[in-house]
Write a protein that binds this ligand. Structure first.
Ligand code: MLT
Length: 204
């Protein structure tokens, strides 16, 4: 096993060990500090593991390369997803944490969806905020026992409604328990995202 983390990251230990840890995955142009306040709001006391995407697009960190907006470099996505899986395994051993719940926003939600499909069971659940279907043809996966909350925006200029519905249907067809809300919102997050995420995590 590697003794070096593969990704720059922040780790905040739990103050409430009953809470599952959160894996925080930022959007394009974010970094490892971005989602820590959101994590603390939606899962107070949970351990927070927050890596920085290793790809730079015009100086902005991302988790995988894209060819254009909404058009992904799927070879790179597969490779970066596997790197992220290795990082999660490293962090679980290093920090002694259980399987996390992934909480991803935008580009971070897209790699979280890819993680579900390529490494079923590695995270115990996922909150996908403004996610898109990551692959044109998704790999086969069994996701029984995995819970997913998807929050999409009806006025999102980046994620077409058809696309988020397709992702929700795909994850459900693979056996995940999916709750998908379409909120009166754009690509940015709203207070309703925070409230629904907090309630969903508390109910897990
Ligand atoms: C992506 O590239 O992952 C999506 O288009 C979301 C974004 O980062 O804008």
């Amino acid at each position: 096993m590697s003794t070096q983390p593969s990704l720059v990251h922040r780790f905040e230990p739990s103050t409430d060990t009953a809470r599952p840890p959160l894996l925080l995955l930022h959007g394009t142009g974010g970094d490892e500090a971005d989602l820590l306040p959101l994590g603390a709001m939606v899962a107070p006391g949970a351990a927070l593991l927050s890596p920085r995407g290793a790809v730079l697009e015009n100086g902005m960190p991302r988790f995988f390369r894209r060819l254009a907006e909404g058009v992904f470099d799927e070879d790179d996505l597969r490779r970066r997803t596997d790197d992220l899986a290795g990082f999660i395994r490293w962090a679980q051993a290093e920090y002694g944490i259980a399987a996390p719940i992934a909480l991803g926003f935008s580009n971070g939600a897209n790699i979280a969806a890819s993680l579900l499909l390529r490494h079923p069971g590695l995270v115990r659940g996922a909150v996908l905020l403004r996610a898109m279907a990551p692959f044109r043809e998704a790999p086969a996966a069994r996701l029984d026992g995995t819970s997913v909350l998807m929050l999409s925006g009806t006025a999102d200029p980046i994620v077409p409604e058809e696309n988020s519905k397709r992702l929700a249907a795909l994850l459900a067809a693979d056996g995940a328990t999916v709750r998908h809300h379409e909120l009166p919102a754009g690509h940015g997050l709203s207070q309703l995202d925070v409230t629904l995420t907090r309630e969903w995590i508390a109910g897990l």
